[in-house]
Design a protein around this ligand. Structure first.
Ligand code: NQM
Length: 387
């Protein structure tokens, strides 16, 4: 046998897909852990042919889950972006799509006792040091993945997973409007820099010479546009307290335009070098919030949302449909306060078993036997790992 077998679940969370691990099944040392993950996903290689990664940032993701020591949380969730074509394994952003699968994973792994017919799982998101509550269907105390909920970007219908965020404003950059302004002139272009769970640079598509209704492939093929977006991102990253973002996955850059399908605003989002087929969860929450910041680039293009008993429903249009964000935002003078944000996702368990890491330090020496009689390896400690 070569390599090491690691218990692993492959799950779709929202419009993303990745590998889910218990923290106790991964090496405690960060460099060893990252080497193992690169090997499991097949990075760096644009095709990830020798691993389980899907050769796109949206399908080259990892969630590490453990029982929480916090009184206000059931589990801790660490998101890691494994770049398909680079050696970096990055914990500098959160992922709200993978988050959708964390609660079912935690229940099925025995970290959370299921209720009947719904289980609310309190999740401490280590990347942004903030809390989410996910409500999962568990009739008969078993996770149900099938159901009638539909999200754009995913074929078919599945069981709904409702997720609530309370304190996501400024979770990466320190404040909702990290530059202190609703609009900044960056590289001669007006932008709104915002962080409501994801640092995003909002820019009018028109200001970059496109309509904002092009498809991802067309935008990615426009090398001049990509270079301009990256220059904007590098400059805005510094203004957003993120330092040199050359090798970071944040901030994202969202090209905004007037909606075409009855939504509030249309988006095309660079994440940061590929264009998202839809939009990230926290990316959508941040853009939706920007729509309600007076004087912002987004507010100038946005339409009204639907009033709801809890606030407002904002449909954020993206290349493959709409992302509905339910928000309660108050604006007093220049102060914008986000009381809550909530949304609907679905998830599905695709596979559970052992993944094989072929090539990382210690792979051979720590190998555990494979076969019907093989026991589980003694878990490695994996504490204090916040990125
Ligand atoms: O913004 C892609 C995704 C994401 C992240 C990205 C996400 C989020 O769609 O919360 O979900 O922007 O890198 O999975």
């Amino acid at each position: 046998m070569s390599g090491r077998a690691i218990p692993c679940s492959v799950m779709r969370g929202g419009t993303s897909k990745g590998l889910f691990f218990l923290a106790t099944d991964l090496p405690g040392d960060r460099a060893d852990r990252d080497a193992m993950l690169r090997s499991l996903l097949g990075s760096p290689d644009p095709r990830q042919i020798d691993g389980l990664g899907g050769a796109h940032p949206l399908t080259s993701k990892v969630a590490v889950v453990r029982r929480s020591a916090r009184p206000d949380a059931d589990v801790d969730y660490l998101f890691l972006q494994v770049w398909p074509d680079r050696t970096e394994v990055s914990g500098n952003q959160n992922c709200g799509n993978m988050l959708a699968a964390v609660a079912p994973f935690a229940i099925e792994q025995g970290l959370v006792d299921p209720g009947d017919p719904v289980t609310a799982v309190r999740i401490w998101m280590e990347n942004t040091r903030s809390l989410a509550v996910a409500r999962v269907r568990t009739p008969g105390r078993r996770v149900r993945y099938d159901g009638a909920a539909r999200i754009d970007g995913v074929p078919g219908t599945h069981a709904p997973i409702l997720i609530d965020f309370q304190d996501s404003a400024g979770s990466t950059c320190g404040s909702l409007l990290p530059t202190g302004n609703a609009v900044d002139l960056v590289e001669g272009t007006p932008v709104t820099c915002i962080d409501n769970g994801m640092p995003v640079v909002c820019v009018a598509a028109e200001a970059l010479g496109v309509t904002g209704h092009e498809g991802p492939a067309e935008l990615e093929a426009d090398t001049e546009l990509r270079a301009r977006v990256e220059r904007l991102r590098l400059a805005a990253g510094r203004l957003m307290n993120l330092g040199d973002v050359r090798d970071k996955t944040v901030p994202k850059v969202s090209l905004l335009s007037e909606p075409e399908h009855g939504g509030v605003i249309a988006t095309r989002t660079f994440i940061p070098h590929r264009v998202h087929e839809a939009i990230g969860v926290f990316g959508a929450v941040s853009v939706a919030t920007a729509c309600r910041v007076p004087g912002s680039v987004a507010a100038g293009l946005a339409r009204a949302g639907r009033r709801s008993p809890d606030g407002e429903e904002l449909d954020i249009e993206h290349p493959t449909g709409c992302f509905a964000v339910s928000m309660d935002v108050t604006v007093e003078g220049t102060t914008v306060t986000v009381r809550r944000a909530a949304l609907l996702r679905t998830a599905r368990l695709l596979m559970r078993g052992d993944a094989f890491a072929a090539d990382f330090p210690g792979a051979e020496t720590e190998a555990r036997p494979v076969g019907p009689d093989a026991g589980r390896a003694t878990p490695a400690a994996h504490e204090g790992d916040t990125e």
